[in-house]
Write a protein that binds this ligand. Structure first.
Ligand SMILES: [Zn+2]
Length: 522
C-alpha cells in the first residue's frame, strides 16, 4: 500500500488505513462555509461580494454595503459602465467607510426569474474572481434572499473551490487560493443551514468522486479504491469487497479476463444503502478501470495518461452512495463497482480469446481495449442475480465514439425503458449533468455477431457507442435499465462551468442524486 506523501503526523494513528485517512483529509480540505446574520456583512473584513441585477440595480445586500461605503459601488458602476449582465464582475478595492479589502459585484442578469441554479453559478463566479485576492475570508451578502437561495450559493462555492492539489508541494503562493472561509450572510441563519445540509452532503459526494477520478493509477488501483469505499461504512453504508477468488467462483470470466494482465487484483465492491422500506433496491453499476492501457490492443502513447479517469463510472457511483448516505436518502440503493486494471503483460488476454461471462454467454474478445463492457457484463448480471433491483443505471467512460457524437456537454443515455429514460433526462436538465438520448436499434446487432461465440466485444467504427450499449443489453434481463456513456463528461480540460474546476467533474453524482430525490422522495 502506498503511504501518504507528506510525513505522517500523530493524526495517522487514529486511522486504521490510508483509505480512512484519505477520506478524512478530504474533509479538512473542503472549503469552510459559515452562515452569518445579514447585518454582519457590512462590518466584515476581508473580501466582500454581492449581486447586481441587469440594468445595474443593486441587490438588497449590495445596497446596504453601498450606503455604508458612502456610495462607492454606485460611483464605480457609473464609472465602469457595469450593467449587471450575467457573469460580469465589478471590483472596488478598499472602499472608504467599511473594513472590506475587496468589494465585488457579480452580475446575475435580470432580477425576474432569478433562481437557485443562477445563484449557484453566480456565487461560484464571485468566489473564482476573488479566490487569490489575498484575503482569507469572503463574505457573500445575500440579505433578503430565501434560505434556498443562500444554500444554493453555498453549494456553488463549495463545488467551485474544489482542487486536487494533494501532490503539489511547491506551488507558487500567488496561484494558491487565499480564501479559507466563506461567510454567507443571510436573514434566516438556522433555516439556511437546514437547507444547506442535504446540499453539503451532495457536495461531499461530488468531491469524493472528483478525488477518486483525479488520483493517479499508481495510488488508486482496484484494492485501494475498494478500501476507500470500505472506509465509508461508518456513514451507514454496508460495503462488501469481492476478490478474484470469489469472482471466479461466481463465473465472472468477462471481468476477470480484463484484469488478468495486471499485477493488481481485480475487485468488485458492493455498496448498500438501506434508507427505504421493503421495496427492492435501485441499482447503480459503475465501470472502474483504474487504468486502461488498452491491454494487448495497446493504446497510442499520446494522451494515454488520461486513462486514469477510466474509472469515472465507478467513481460516480461511489460518490452517489456517499451523498445518499450523507443526507440519509429515503431509498434502498445498491452500488456495484467493477474495479480492474487493463494491462498488457504475459498473462494478459489476447484478441481472439473467448471468455464465458457470469450469465453463461460467451464473448469473443476482438479488441482488448473494449474492456469496460466486459467488466459491466458481469457486474450487471451479478446485481440482477443477487438483488433483483427495480431498475438499473450503469455509468461508464465507455467509448470515444460518444465524444464524437455529443461533444463534451452531454452524457449519452441509452435505455430499454422510455419512462426511465424520461426520468433520467429530466434529472439531467434539473441537476446540470445533462444527458441526450441515443437509440438502441436492433438492426445494429449484426455488427456484434460473432462466428465463434455468442457475441463479440466490438462492432466496428459506425455507431461505436451504440453497439457498445447493445452489447451491454445482452447482459440485462427484463429489468428497466439505462446505460450512461460518460466518456466525454467525466473529465474536462478546460471547463467552462464555474462550479466544475478543470479535471474530474464528478458527473453523475448530482444527476442520480436528483433522480433519486425526484423518483423516491418527492
Ligand atoms: Zn479501453
Amino acid at each position: 500500500m502506498e503511504g501518504p506523501l507528506r510525513r505522517p503526523t500523530w493524526r495517522v494513528m487514529f486511522y486504521t488505513s490510508y483509505a480512512a485517512l484519505a477520506n478524512r483529509i478530504q474533509e479538512f480540505l473542503k472549503m469552510k462555509i459559515e452562515f452569518v446574520p445579514a447585518s454582519e456583512a457590512e462590518s466584515a473584513s476581508g473580501a466582500w461580494a454581492s449581486a447586481a441585477f441587469e440594468g445595474g440595480g443593486l441587490s438588497p445586500g449590495a445596497a446596504r454595503f453601498d450606503q455604508a461605503a458612502g456610495g462607492a459601488l454606485t460611483r464605480a458602476i457609473a464609472a465602469a459602465k457595469f450593467t449587471g449582465a450575467k457573469g460580469k464582475t465589478l471590483q472596488v478595492l478598499a472602499p472608504a467607510g467599511v473594513s472590506a479589502s475587496h468589494a465585488l459585484l457579480i452580475g446575475v442578469g435580470p432580477q425576474a426569474g432569478l433562481n437557485a441554479a443562477r445563484v449557484e453559478t453566480a456565487a461560484a463566479e464571485a468566489y473564482l474572481a476573488l479566490k487569490t485576492c489575498g484575503a482569507d475570508t469572503l463574505t457573500l451578502s445575500l440579505a433578503g434572499a430565501s434560505p434556498e437561495i443562500g444554500a444554493a450559493a453555498a453549494l456553488g462555492i463549495t463545488l467551485a473551490a474544489y482542487r486536487f492539489d494533494r501532490y503539489r508541494t511547491r506551488e507558487k503562493a500567488d496561484v494558491k487560493p487565499t480564501i479559507q472561509t466563506v461567510r454567507i450572510a443571510v436573514n434566516d441563519v438556522p433555516a439556511t443551514k437546514e437547507a444547506f445540509a442535504p446540499l453539503s452532503a451532495l457536495a461531499d459526494g461530488v468531491i469524493f468522486t472528483r478525488d477518486l477520478v483525479s488520483e493517479p493509477a499508481n495510488i488508486l488501483y482496484p484494492a485501494e479504491f475498494a478500501k476507500r469505499v470500505k472506509a465509508l461504512e461508518p456513514m451507514g453504508l454496508q460495503v462488501e469487497i469481492l476478490g478474484e477468488a470469489e469472482m471466479a467462483e461466481l463465473g465472472m470470466g468477462a471481468l476477470l479476463g480484463v484484469g488478468q494482465g495486471s499485477s493488481r487484483e481485480s475487485q468488485l465492491a458492493v455498496i448498500q444503502w438501506k434508507g427505504g422500506g421493503d421495496e427492492p433496491p435501485v441499482a447503480f453499476v459503475g465501470k472502474g478501470v483504474c487504468f486502461d492501457t488498452g491491454g494487448i490492443s495497446l493504446k497510442p502513447a499520446d494522451g494515454m495518461e488520461d486513462m486514469i479517469w477510466d474509472m469515472g463510472g465507478a467513481g460516480a457511483v461511489a460518490g452517489l452512495m456517499h451523498a445518499l448516505a450523507g443526507r440519509k436518502a429515503k431509498v434502498n440503493a445498491v452500488g456495484i463497482l467493477g474495479l480492474v486494471e487493463n494491462m498488457p503483460d504475459g498473462n494478459a488476454q489476447r484478441p481472439g480469446d473467448i471468455v464465458t461471462s457470469m450469465s453463461g454467454q460467451t464473448i469473443e474478445v476482438i479488441n482488448t481495449d473494449a474492456e469496460g463492457r466486459l467488466v459491466l457484463a458481469d457486474a450487471l448480471w451479478y446485481v440482477q442475480d443477487r438483488f433483483k433491483p427495480q431498475l438499473i443505471v450503469d455509468l461508464a467512460t465507455l467509448t470515444g465514439a460518444i465524444v464524437v457524437a455529443l461533444g463534451h456537454d452531454f452524457g449519452g443515455l441509452y435505455s430499454n425503458n422510455d419512462e426511465l429514460a424520461e426520468r433520467l433526462f429530466k434529472a439531467g436538465q434539473t441537476s446540470g449533468d445533462a444527458l441526450w438520448r441515443m437509440p438502441l436499434p436492433e438492426a445494429y446487432e449484426k455488427q456484434i455477431e460473432s462466428d465463434a461465440a455468442d457475441v463479440k466485444n466490438v462492432g466496428g467504427r459506425p455507431g461505436g457507442s451504440i453497439t457498445a450499449a447493445l452489447f451491454l443489453q445482452h447482459f440485462v434481463k427484463d429489468t428497466p435499465w439505462a446505460h450512461l456513456d460518460i466518456a466525454a463528461v467525466a473529465w474536462k480540460k478546460p471547463s467552462r462551468v464555474p462550479t466544475i474546476p478543470q479535471g474530474a467533474t464528478g458527473f453523475g453524482v448530482r444527476l442520480l442524486n436528483q433522480f433519486v430525490a425526484d423518483s423516491y422522495e418527492a
